[in-house]
Design a protein around this ligand. Structure first.
Ligand code: ADP
Ligand code: 5GP
Length: 246
């Protein structure tokens, strides 16, 4: 059976890694590509588990050798998906999930237009800031400058939402995990005829509601909160004086 290529992108801190980790626990037959990066490990990250950590020189050598399916510079560091990850998943007939940024997603889509792409957004900038701060505190690694950088990039990334097949608004975690799972099962059903054993109709409805074409109403307040499509208040919302806890 042909594997499906899934792409998931989100502004940093939206909860993408958390969602993917939950999906891994609940759905089998899907591989998760381990990217290469030149950034340093964060918190409890281990080489070969979350990422393959490498030096910039080595990364550029790999680029020259054509080893990457896609690569991009994100927050001043290089990130890339090896061709090997894709080849191995295809050979095994598995689905493959790529957790990559909006630049990498565009590169993969150009090469593989059949890929199913999913964009995750946080409900608003204040929640994003709180999540980034909480993660940073828990890991004791990311400084305020890095946090500011990731926050300021968020609305530029969110502007690309129209390029994706599905939209997830990661508000209540359990609900978003269920939506992500429904998307994977629905795509398997439509593309490969794989039966959905449990509550199939509901699963297909949940997935359909997350299609880009059905997400405009849900997205409207999110886009407004990030100052996209008109609102001028983005900077104040991102960097305003409110405390994290309010
Ligand atoms: P990303 O991979 O998108 O950068 P993470 O998965 O690391 O983001 O999540 C950022 C922080 O937000 C983490 O501390 C995580 O536990 C928390 N988080 C993720 N999703 C939710 C959610 N739905 N509600 C509350 N906190 C969340
Ligand atoms: P982080 O440093 O928070 O782990 O990731 C920062 C950003 O890099 C996220 O948007 C993440 O999706 C992206 N990223 C992670 N791996 C890859 C990759 O292999 N390629 C690309 N293009 N982006 C990646």
């Amino acid at each position: 059976m042909a594997g499906i290529l899934f792409i998931i992108s989100a502004p940093s801190g939206s909860g993408k890694s958390t969602l993917v980790a939950e999906l891994r626990k609940q759905v089998s037959g899907i591989d998760f590509a381990i990217s290469w990066t030149t950034r340093a490990p964060r918190g409890s990250e281990e080489d070969g588990r979350e990422y393959h950590f490498t030096a910039r020189e080595e990364f550029l050598r790999m680029v020259d050798a054509g080893m990457f399916l896609e690569h991009a510079e994100v927050f001043g560091k290089m990130y890339g998906t090896s061709r090997q990850s894709l080849d191995e998943a295809l050979a095994a007939g598995h689905d493959l999930m790529l957790d990559i940024d909006v630049q990498g997603a565009a590169q993969v889509r150009a090469k593989m237009p059949e890929a199913v792409s999913i964009f995750v957004v946080p409900p608003n900038p204040k929640v994003l800031r709180t999540r980034l701060r909480n993660r940073s505190r828990a890991e004791g690694v990311m400084n305020e400058g890095e946090l500011y950088r990731r926050l300021s990039e968020a609305s530029h990334e969110i502007e690309k939402y129209r390029e994706y097949s599905y939209i997830l608004i990661n508000d209540v975690l359990d609900r978003t995990v269920a939506q992500l799972e429904a998307i994977v099962l629905a795509e398997r059903y439509y593309r490969n005829g794989e039966p959905i054993a449990y509550r199939s109709r509901r699963t297909l409805e949940v997935a359909a509601a997350c299609l880009l074409s059905n997400s405009q109403e849900r997205l409207k307040p999110v886009l407004e909160a990030f100052g996209i499509d008109g609102s001028p208040d983005q900077q104040q919302l991102l960097f305003g004086a409110e405390s994290d806890d309010d």
